[in-house]
Design a protein. Structure first.
Length: 186
């Protein structure tokens, strides 16, 4: 029984650490329009790859909850419901989906590089799938304009961040002794 509790505690610490790193990634930003370039998606993908679907989702849930209640964890040190409901809110909510998708695929990859790459590509696309429609809806942009300002400028940088996420995860997994298959507490 203590071994199970220790496994849960370890996963909670990792989830909290990746939530904190995601918040730190928001402070490193390049504002280029309604959606800034940030490092947050790197840590979202790392959370999924290292923690798996449940704990990756939990990590991003912690991050979003902190931002929702007003902690300055969103891009540029912002927080609160108003920011979550603004132009970047869909991308932020997409972090949940991205961490879960990348974690689900990584759990099944058995360490194969090709599936880790698929995991980060699909995770990144999940962020866009939630973010671009939200941006369109909140700002009243056309689909073309929303894609032009909310996705296209970020593709190259997100490819680099996705590559870095795979490299980091593959380096960190052995150090962590493998990922325990502990379910999230209900």
């Amino acid at each position: 029984m203590p071994e199970i509790a220790l496994g849960h505690l370890r996963q909670m610490v990792y989830a909290s650490l990746l939530a904190a790193l995601t918040a730190a990634g928001g402070y490193i930003q390049l504002p280029i329009g309604p959606v800034p370039i940030v490092l947050q998606n790197l840590f979202v993908l790392v959370a999924g790859l290292i923690l798996g679907p449940r704990w990756g989702l939990t990590s991003m849930g912690i991050y979003l909850l902190l931002g929702l209640v007003g902690f300055p964890v969103f891009a540029g040190g912002k927080g609160g419901l108003a920011h979550l409901m603004g132009p970047t809110g869909g991308y932020l909510l997409g972090f949940l989906l991205a961490a879960w998708i990348s974690g689900w695929i990584a759990d099944r990859s058995r360490g194969r590089l090709s599936l880790d790459v698929v995991a980060v590509v699909l995770g990144s696309l999940a962020i866009y799938a939630a973010g671009v429609p939200w941006l369109k809806w909140v700002t009243g942009l056309t689909w073309g304009k929303a894609i032009w300002v909310g996705m296209l400028p970020f593709l190259a940088g997100d490819a680099l961040k996705a590559s870095a996420a795979v490299i980091v995860a593959r380096a960190v997994r052995p150090v962590l002794g493998g990922r325990e298959k502990q379910p999230c507490p209900r």
